[in-house]
Design a binder for this molecule. Structure first.
Ligand code: HMG
Ligand code: NDP
Length: 407
């Protein structure tokens, strides 16, 4: 049987014969997307032809990455580096792929990378790892809440057995209860290996919740109770971590700071204190940094991460100080970087290509090492960005750089 054309499909939607979101059941995915573009263009007068230029397989993304596919958005990708990352997941010279439309950003991170490279590279380590999901249960009152907390303490093996029955990779690390009146939040934390793990943790926690409801008087109100805390600014992630907590640092010789960054270690340290620490404190910020979100967002987009989790990824503190030898020590600590090299958007071809640039596509050996290496690369990218922007503020080049490269 011949495939219906996009025009046929669009006509059948107009006639009420087909539903807009079920076109893939009646035609191939590219034709379905083209039919939607016709219908939306008709309704809005927008020119949707550019959305029809995409490099992924529409059938592969339908139902696992997107619904009501219209097409694709293109974001330019640049590259910074190479920069040597001495990481817990291995030492390598890495090029950093960055998807952005902010002029001067790649130039800045590239400058930071070249300065860090001149200084011998950066060190990075994942210091804590675990994806969380925190369902909220209702109990009768405080006495029952305390009983549930005690039950949880004694029954982690049963919860682990239930949760891990849903995954061959995920491991339940711990369950931390928080009581608020007659609400008990159980923060489940998993080692999700190379997956960012939010689907994995959610599916596993659902299974564990059945055990809690069967064995106690608690009643599940919501599988996510917001103490997880996913895609919202939250102090719990800054303190306890979520995904990977990762730290990167470098020591840059004074001459390099002066010659390549046109400023001094003292000026960078002072700007960091007054801007990133004092300014952020006064602003009531969670992130005590200059623009870690820039590095995180650009690498997230390039490598197929969940872009909404830039919220947690920007939860970072930058430090800068002059060493006893008069050089510059600079560090960035990202408390909650949620990344994966399998699952989600990582399987799309352009995103795969970026993961391949970094040498971390797919599952690692051992499992989890590729996601660790990705986290360490993003942390070094953020370090390079912080160093370059702090320097630009020190040399008073921020506005001229953006006037030249950013408009
Ligand atoms: C623009 C620079 C780098 C010039 O900096 P420069 O030192 O005058 O440049 P240069 O021509 O001497 O080159 C130095 C190095 O920079 C790199 N570089 C230089 N140009 C390019 C380029 N076109 N493409 C790629 N790489 C470039 C490259 O590594 C080069 O080394 P080389 O390879 O020549 O040996 C500098 O002025 C700079 O970094 N400015 C800061 C810009 C910045 O960081 N913007 C971040 C975004 S701002 C924002 O979004 C957040 C904000 C600011 O609101 C947050 C806050 O409140 O703080
Ligand atoms: N459900 C939710 O509430 C939320 C979902 N998301 C979305 O979740 C998706 C990410 O979830 P995530 O669980 O990471 O991905 P997926 O749901 O895509 O699952 C990835 C699967 O890959 C398998 N796998 C194969 N090799 C490995 C390996 N080396 N390490 C780990 N797992 C491996 C695992 O299977 P197995 O488990 O069988 O071992 C794992 O469950 C994104 O699309 C994101 O946007 C985001 C926020 C909330």
């Amino acid at each position: 049987m011949s495939q219906p054309t996009p025009a046929d499909l669009a006509a059948r939607v107009r006639d009420g014969d087909l539903r807009f979101h079920e076109l893939e059941d009646h035609a191939d995915a590219d034709a379905a997307a083209a039919a939607r573009r016709l219908l939306v263009a008709e309704a809005t007068d927008a020119d949707l032809d550019p959305l029809g230029e995409y490099a992924f397989d529409a059938a592969a993304v339908h139902g696992s990455n997107i619904e009501n596919t219209l097409g694709g958005v293109q974001v330019p990708v640049g590259v910074a580096g190479p920069v040597t990352v001495d990481g817990g997941a291995g030492t390598a010279e890495r090029y950093l792929p960055l998807a952005t439309t902010e002029g001067a950003l790649v130039a800045s991170i590239n400058r930071g990378c070249s300065v860090v490279e001149d200084a011998g590279g950066a060190t990075a380590r994942v210091t804590k790892s675990g994806m969380t999901r925190a369902p909220v249960f209702q109990v009768a009152g405080v006495a029952e809440a305390e009983a549930l907390v005690a039950w949880l303490r004694d029954n982690v093996p049963a919860l682990r057995e239930a949760a891990e029955s849903t995954t061959s990779h995920g491991e339940l690390l711990d369950v931390t209860p928080y009581v608020v009146g007659n609400n008990v939040f159980c923060r489940f934390r998993y080692d999700t290996k190379d997956a960012m793990g939010m689907n994995m943790a959610t599916i596993a926690t659902r299974e564990a919740c059945d055990v809690i409801e069967a064995e106690t008087d608690a009643s599940l109100v919501a599988l996510s109770g917001n103490l997880c805390s996913d895609k919202k600014p939250a102090a719990i992630n800054a303190v306890e971590g979520r995904g990977r907590s990762v730290v990167a640092d470098a020591t840059v010789p004074r001459e390099t700071v002066e010659e390549r960054l046109h400023t001094t270690p003292e000026a960078i340290a002072e700007i960091n204190t007054r801007k990133n620490l004092v300014g952020s404190a006064k602003a009531g910020a969670l992130g005590f940094n200059a623009h870690v979100a820039n590095a995180v967002a650009a690498m997230f987009l390039a490598t197929g991460q969940d872009e909404a989790q830039v919220v947690e990824g920007a939860n970072a503190i930058t430090t800068a100080e002059t060493t006893a030898d008069g050089d510059l020590y600079v560090s960035v600590s990202l408390a909650s970087l949620e990344v994966g090299t399998v699952g989600g958007g990582t399987k799309l071809p352009t995103q795969q290509a970026s993961l391949e640039i970094l040498g971390v596509a797919g599952g690692g050996d051992p499992a989890g090492s590729n996601a660790d290496a990705l986290a360490e690369s993003i942390a070094v990218c953020a370090l390079a960005g912080e160093l370059s922007l702090l320097a630009a503020l020190g040399s008073r080049h921020l506005s001229s750089a953006h006037a030249e490269l950013g408009r």
